[in-house]
Design a protein around this ligand. Sequence first.
Ligand code: COA
Length: 373
Amino acid sequence: MLVNHGLQGIVALETDISRVDGTTGTLEYRGYNIHDLATFSSFEEIAYLLLYKQLPTRFNLTGFSDELALRRELPEKIVDVLYQLPSFTHPSVIYRTAISCLGSLDPQLKVISPDENLRKAKDLIAKTPTIIAYHQNIRTKTPIIPPREDLSHAANVLWMLNAVEPDPIAVKALDLALILHAEHTLNASTFAARISASTLSDMYACVVAATGTLFGPLHGGASQQVISMLRELEGKDPMAITQWVVNKLFRGEKIMGFGHRVYKTMDPRAVELRKMAQELDELTGNSWVARLDLLADIVYQQKGLYPNVDYYAGSVYANLGIPDDQFINMFTMSRIVGWTTHMLDQYLNNKLIRPLQKYNGNETQSYVHLDDR
Ligand code: COA
């Protein structure tokens, strides 16, 4: 029996949602190249594209954006829960707890139908930033800043986090990060969401499963680790950084933000985020990109690894003043679109996801009674 550890190389399903070519570094959402989407699109537009399988007309986009804006506010009970949770808890853990509570308030929780699924998807996309921002307000003991209906998804998050009129460049930067993180084939968290949906569990449970899976440092937790690593390396010269990399690799440790299961070349999302991080560095006077580039050169020389999407994402968020432990929630705010799109697809063409295993334990044994051991 052939075992593919980590399901590496296994094709588990067919999809028309997105496509990655890991050798050429190509990513497409529903056939549209990520570089075109990054240049010309908006988060709302790609959310529509993913959910409705086509680019919106101007009329459709306005209607969809308005609908998301109207769905942003949270039930009072969720706000109460956010106040109850400890301030030391990681924001991603808070988020998944709040999503579970949100599900408990939905009278249509168990209804799985195309219309209800779409309604829940839009609700989850719209409410995710509010959960994240309200918790940030609460844990920093600042007044809750309610969402605004006149702002785009990205602008509204920045408004709720900072309570100042969002800067257009910051909005553009966050919108770009949201576009780039929205969907990425069968990554671990999306697969978790699909596994959960394949049991016909509810959409909130699927998001909880996906968020818990995203949390790990090998997945969405990587961007926070990258910034911690840069802070650790601050002030070190290239020789010292090289030695640090060599030692880490010698110990068999991973360097966060490098490597990818599918891309064996530069991740196209990292290319776009690097450009944006550089633009922001010039405005803020920070030097994240210079330091990231230096480390990337060293890691490439030592191990031939390319940076992935999480490598430059942190430098964009840090330049926007987003706290390190909220980086993963910025990812969630975007990937919720991919998760929900995949769930809709799974419910529509459902087949329980249940792989096999190869047993390598004891041969059949005779049971020995407790008193006789
Ligand atoms: N640092 C050091 N070595 C790495 C590495 C990293 N970030 N990523 C991969 N490698 C090495 C492995 O040690 C292994 O080397 P070996 O063949 O000499 O033993 C080889 O590359 C293959 O790595 P492996 O972990 O088996 O690949 P994978 O497809 O299972 O893992 C990741 C993919 C993303 C989990 C892995 O690259 C990783 O852990 N990266 C760091 C975390 C990260 O940035 N995650 C965000 C992903 S978008």
